[in-house]
Design a protein around this ligand. Structure first.
Ligand code: ATP
Length: 283
């Protein structure tokens, strides 16, 4: 039996850090939406009780450290499944980029195994299982557009933005989310206007959305990697309206309404930055 599952990247329309918890995690409030840049996951049942991962990537391990492997393991354990699975990952999303690449692969494995093995497990239960593996996984299980709270395990759906164009620009560096969170000082956090982003989504108001987006981790990543600031400035100069770093970075995105303008900005970013993508919101 074979099942294919798309694993799309996410961007943060907002990311706020509300406080540090006793367990070492931070309480966050993040509004995320989905873009049409996706890894492709192929799942094949194998009769032996084993999980195999195959992928070609310099940056991602193909063993039990892979989040897709961990997701399959958690799924099999929780539901006492004794057959195995071969997971083939076609990696398209840049790694350690702030686009949730590993989380979306793990989420796609949970959704995919649910279908492959006809388990009929409700999405909320899959998301709760995902939360045991990583804080962006519950959102990725649902996809679309939503607010994640707690350490990421509480998901509230939000209206999807119209299919605006998105330019993604990633410098040739990877950022560890853990390193960035370790540098959070709560008294220095600049809180984004999360409610403003929510309102902009309900109003489907592009100008308002561009004005309201914000990321409390951006100054921290910029202090470690000043090129993120230079990419932001270049993208704004090129004409993008809503320009923000996604997640813990380093990918910067710019929102654009018109295709021709988006294409122009994409072209001018290409000579400036290692990896540039022109995609659409599909939230
Ligand atoms: P986030 O925005 O959720 O913080 P990210 O996009 O910054 O995530 P990832 O691409 O998920 O970061 O990679 C983070 C780390 O996870 C890397 O060190 C990578 O090797 C590891 N990893 C494990 N499994 C995967 C996977 N299937 N895809 C990508 N990275 C993976």
């Amino acid at each position: 039996m074979t099942h294919f599952e798309k694993a799309p990247a996410k961007i943060n329309l907002s990311l706020d850090v509300l406080g540090k918890r006793n367990d070492g995690y931070h309480d966050v409030e993040m509004i995320m939406t989905t873009v049409d840049l996706a890894d492709r996951i192929e799942l094949n049942t194998i009769q032996e009780d084993r999980i195999e991962v195959s992928l070609w990537s310099r940056y991602v391990p193909n063993d039990e450290r892979n989040l897709a492997y961990k997701a399959a393991k958690a799924f099999k354990t929780k539901y006492n499944i004794t057959k195995g699975v071969h997971i083939k990952i076609e990696k398209v999303i840049p790694v350690s980029a702030g686009l949730g690449g590993g989380s979306t692969d793990a989420a796609a494995v949970l959704r995919g195994l649910n279908k492959l093995w006809k388990m009929n497990i409700p999405t909320a239960e899959l998301a709760a299982l995902g939360a045991t593996l990583g804080s962006d996984i519950p959102f990725c299980v649902y996809g679309s557009t939503g607010m994640a709270k707690g350490y990421g395990e509480i998901i509230e759906p939000l209206p999807s933005p119209p299919p605006f164009w998105v330019i993604l620009a990633k410098p040739d560096i990877g950022v560890s989310t853990r390193t960035v969170f370790q540098r959070v000082k709560m008294d220095e956090i600049i809180h984004p206007n999360t409610e403003g982003v929510v309102q902009a989504l309900y109003n489907k108001n592009f100008a308002m959305l561009c004005e309201m987006i914000g990321n409390a981790l951006e100054p921290i990543t910029i202090s470690l990697h000043p090129e993120v600031q230079r990419i932001k400035e270049k993208m704004m100069l090129a004409g993008a309206r809503g320009v923000l770093m996604s997640g813990s970075g380093p990918t910067v995105y710019g929102l654009v309404e018109q295709e021709t303008k988006a294409q122009r900005i994409y072209n001018s970013m290409k000579g400036f930055c290692e990896e540039v993508y022109l995609v659409r919101l599909i939230g």
